[in-house]
Design a protein around this ligand. Structure first.
Ligand SMILES: Nc1ncnc2c1ncn2[C@@H]1O[C@H](COP(=O)(O)OP(=O)(O)OP(=O)(O)O)[C@@H](O)[C@H]1O
Length: 714
């Protein structure tokens, strides 16, 4: 077989270090000057008061009485009232509650919501468009007319204007520009231009590659191809054998073919493109990239190499060192292009250029409004639901993506919302909220889904004008989903770079968009971590989110005797939130199966929580969680006592404080699980992890398995 002309690899990024400058909440009489001291006395702000501690949380609580005062409704005792009974999944006998009995103490014993003393930072911004037309470039007229008439694009974006001429000159490049700024065409146009110019014309079957997003292709001899798992290796091999000119592949799948497809050859490769380059390191693809580079280098030295990402990190610059030859660093930020680095200086050149392209922070699309809401754990689920109802039911034309930290969390919330907010069939189902029946569509996307299903969901959400997509970080990078108006991060990302990629699914290519990050009180310090990367978020109050529930009287609480509550203001909001929480709890407790789902989702949440990187552990640590409160956000009335027993393949270590000097096995395993979302699809990730661990012995860590270049060893 002949050579591949390009490979697009989707990868992860290393995590950023977050400095701590956050002011924690404190009683007015006890202001404390030093952050560290403050934190000590205040943390964990999610911990319960002493009297409730033993019933729910395995972690020792350290909260003071002052911390337990609810912020939003303080000073008012909660009125007992009867939430309207939902018939969503009839409650089992043991859970039956009498009318008039308070069913959920959502607003009691919550930690105080801290004031956010976030530093206001000047965000890094880039101009998306230029006034220069594509026809100003020396491109084949058919290519220009396809761009203009089929893709309906006339002027170049800034990154295209800078990159295309450099790539047409034949140079290697490290390309960085903000999310949704048109990086894909920045390399696709030069690739097509160079392939169409090959003389004599390349024959079908001569090279190998993927599909370009046009229907009326002018250069029919350029045949693209895709390798990404989810398909039988045999049919992929057959496709490769027939010949493709542009190969788009995930790293894992390509490595699999390198190892198993004997007659795969790279001798005629002209381009090697690593898109989303900064994803390689976190998802553990560095070994795969090393295998690919070795395989390609062994057969082909003369080719163009391009690395692209919205966020450049140290790992990427090291990757640039080994994969780029005398590269040009292209960044919209400074507009500079340094073309003066000889090969001998490539390491220094690439690193210093990358660093200078991102001197102070990540670039944020100008049309993006970012928000943060600090919500106590017990109120997270109702707050998320209220926000979704507000945007996607009560307002028009909103399209939302909600990010969760695991596949199980996505599945749980998807089913819960389908059954309670929508009714699973989409028709009027008993127990769903009548208010929410129309104009709402829920979809979900995560790595445990079959590739075919993922593609179908992607297509459906792409073509929808409205809807809510619940997903993991599998959708955080590279996906170009049009007209998304809101990004919600229900679980905080593991790094500022991941934050940038998630919010980058909206406000693309000059459009407007908004994002909301939901944090627990104990996590509020995360806004400082974001600020240190020049990311500005403005606060959205939880009360304002919950006030959406006043827009529909279905949520109105009822007094004893069935009379509608006449509460107003904060009390009304509180009662309505309790009604909604009761709907969720009734559904979750409607059968053993649903209780088990909720428990598994909670367990998955805790497991994912234990995998935040070391530099964020002071903010996101399992010890800071109050499991009883967190359980409420899964519709569970109490914290499961046997949480660890639900996790046969995990050890209790996940609930223990990890040794800060060691990488925890859970982190490694999570990396492998995430990695599986991008892997060849031919192996199951968990046995693979086990096999690797066995081989590597007890000292094995993700770090230990890294090649020297990835770990920073030169
Ligand atoms: N010159 C242009 N004029 C109008 N639209 C464009 C232009 N170039 C690209 N686009 C469109 O902009 C959108 C975003 O482009 P693309 O996905 O390449 O961005 P990106 O920079 O790779 O984003 P990310 O970093 O998030 O992967 C796409 O829908 C693409 O079709």
């Amino acid at each position: 077989m002949a050579a591949a002309d390009g490979a697009l690899l989707h990868v992860p990024e290393p995590r950023a270090v977050a400095p701590r400058t956050f002011s924690r909440p404190r009683p007015a009489h006890a202001r404390q000057p030093a952050v560290a001291t403050k934190r000590k006395s205040a943390a964990p702000s999610e911990a319960p008061p002493a009297k409730r501690r033993s019933e729910a949380s395995p972690a020792p609580a350290r909260a003071t009485a002052a911390k337990d005062t609810p912020r939003a409704f303080k000073g008012k005792a909660q009125t007992t009232f009867a939430p309207k009974r939902s018939s969503a999944g009839a409650s089992d006998g043991s859970q039956e509650r009498k009318p008039g009995v308070k069913t959920s103490s959502l607003f009691k014993n919550n930690p105080e919501i801290p004031e956010l003393h976030r530093p206001v930072v000047k965000q890094v911004q880039e101009a998306v468009f230029t006034s220069d037309a594509f026809c100003a470039l020396a491109l084949h007229p058919h290519l220009i007319s396809t761009i203009n008439t089929v893709l309906k694009m006339s002027s170049m974006t800034s990154i295209q204007k800078q990159s295309i001429p450099v790539l047409l000159e034949g140079r290697d490049a490290l390309v960085r520009s903000q999310t949704g700024s048109g990086k894909t065409l920045a390399y696709c146009i030069p690739v097509v231009q160079s392939l169409q110019a090959v003389k004599p014309k390349i024959q079908v079957g001569e090279f190998r590659v993927i599909r370009f997003p046009v229907n009326e292709r002018p250069f029919t001899w350029i045949v693209p191809g895709l390798l990404m798992g989810g398909e039988k290796r045999k049919s992929e091999k057959a496709r490769l054998r027939k010949g493709i000119n542009i190969l788009i592949s995930t790293p894992g799948r390509l490595v699999d073919h390198i190892k198993s497809t004997k007659n795969i050859h790279f001798g005629r490769i002209r381009w090697l493109i690593l898109d989303e380059a900064d994803r390689i390191l976190d998802l553990g693809f560095e070994k795969d990239i090393t295998v690919i580079l070795n395989a390609v280098n062994a057969e082909c030295q003369q080719r163009q190499n391009v690395l692209l990402s919205a966020t450049l990190t140290d790992g990427v610059t090291r990757l640039a060192d080994i994969s780029l030859h005398n590269p040009v660093s292209i960044s919209v930020l400074d507009g500079s292009q340094d073309q003066t680095h000889p090969k001998s200086q490539a390491v220094l050149g690439a690193s210093s250029l990358a660093a200078s392209s991102e001197p102070e922070g990540f670039a944020i699309p100008a049309g993006l409004q970012q928000h943060v809401a600090v919500v106590p754990s017990k109120l997270r689920l109702v707050s998320l639901a209220a926000f979704i109802l507000q945007k996607c039911k009560f307002e028009r034309d909103q399209k939302m993506i909600v990010f969760f930290s695991s596949c199980e969390l996505v599945e749980f919330h998807y089913r819960l919302f389908l059954q309670t907010l929508l009714g699973s069939s989409g028709a009027l189902a008993p127990g769903r909220l009548p208010s929410a029946s129309t104009h709402m569509k829920f979809l979900r996307l995560h790595g445990d889904m079959e590739q075919e299903e993922r593609t179908a969901v992607f297509q459906e959400f792409s073509h929808s004008e409205t809807g809510v997509l619940l997903c993991t970080d599998v959708a955080a990078r590279g996906l170009d989903l049009p007209q998304v108006t809101w990004i919600v991060q229900y679980n905080a990302p593991s790094s500022p770079a991941e934050y940038i990629h998630r919010i980058g699914r909206t406000a693309r290519i000059g459009f407007q968009g908004s994002s909301l990050l939901i944090l627990a009180p104990s996590e509020a310090e995360y806004v400082n971590s974001l600020a240190s990367h020049k990311i500005n978020v403005s606060e959205m109050k939880m009360d304002d989110i919950l006030s959406a529930l006043t827009r529909d009287d279905w949520f109105a609480g009822r007094r004893r005797g069935g009379q509608k509550s006449r509460a107003t203001g904060p009390q009304e909001i509180r009662e309505r939130a309790t009604v909604l929480q009761t709907v969720f709890e009734d559904y979750v407790h409607s059968s053993e199966r649903t209780v088990s789902w909720a428990k598994k989702a909670l367990q998955s949440f805790v497991r994912a929580y234990a995998t935040y990187p070391r530099e964020l552990k002071h903010i996101f640590h399992v010890r800071l969680l109050h499991l009883g409160h967190v359980a409420k956000s899964f519709g569970l009335r109490d914290a499961p006592k046997n949480l660890s027993a639900l996790a046969p393949r995990k050890k209790k270590a996940h609930l223990k404080r990890p040794d800060p000097r060691k990488k925890t096995p859970s982190k490694h395993q999570l990396a492998e699980l995430l990695r599986s979302e991008f892997s060849s699809g031919m192996e199951t990730s968990i046995p693979k992890v086990k096999r690797r661990n066995r081989r590597a012995g007890p000292a094995s860590t993700a770090c230990a398995q890294r090649p020297a270049w990835a770990a920073g060893e030169k």
